[in-house]
Design a protein around this ligand. Sequence first.
Ligand code: ATR
Length: 278
Amino acid sequence: MNKPLLAGVIGNPIWHSKSPRLHNYWLKFHKINGYYIPIHVEPNKLEDNISDLISLGFRGVNVTIPYKSSILSFADTITDRAAVIGAANTLYFNSDGKITADNTDGYGFKKNIYHYFPSWMPANGPAVVLGAGGAAKAIIHTLLSEGVPRIKLLNRTKSKANAIAESFGNKVEVVDWYASDEALKDAISIVNTTSLGMVGQPDLKLNLKNISSNVLITDLVYNPVDTNLLKTAKTLGYNTVDGLGMLLYQAELGFSNWFNHKPDVTEELKAIMLEEDF
Ligand code: ATR
């Protein structure tokens, strides 16, 4: 038997993370000799624990709350997209012990949409992005790379939207949170990156009555998968994409690198991810 390949996810708290379920499903499904382990890391031990994982032979880790930004200071190489977003969710430990930090959220977002709508042409019109957290930055970066001509950014706390718009340049325009009706009118891509619609949170209420008929509405919330925003959009006949696929596709790059195998995102996997905690 060869030496097992090792990877995991670091965070604090960590036990709620769905990544072990996902990666361990793939390991079993693809019959790979490897393990994916959740690791609780104390803030003052972050650097030491990373060095320990490298010495133990780990191929890399996912990074979750609260280390997605602070981890960048320990990386030897930061991919362009992680640098622009200011956060990494995936680390690769190279054979020489060096660390590469990447952010795969935008990749997951894009891959998921093209899976369901291969003819999605975001460059054909403006987009509306709701929210101004870490996820919004990944989405804006991706939309701009896909050629979106103009992005209207709406956030409850306007100063956060202003800061993001400033960092991305003049294609991103901040619109008042309460002026969404007007902003939505000519959008062909609408993305909710806020936590509104998630279990325990109020719904994101948008007026979808006067919008473009060829709009694509994406919700990053995946708990529940069918948010009220998506339900309403579907009732009105618009194309929609839910947040679960993005979660799965963003994991593809880390898995491929650590375990030398490109994993499959299947409907069975989606169903397993939605099962109550076991
Ligand atoms: P992430 O890194 O996943 O994007 P985050 O940084 O916590 O998460 O951002 C959450 C987003 O949801 C923010 O845009 C937040 O708006 P504020 O910047 O005003 O806090 C948005 N959000 C959360 N609860 C909200 C609410 N009740 N109404 C409007 N926006 C809300």
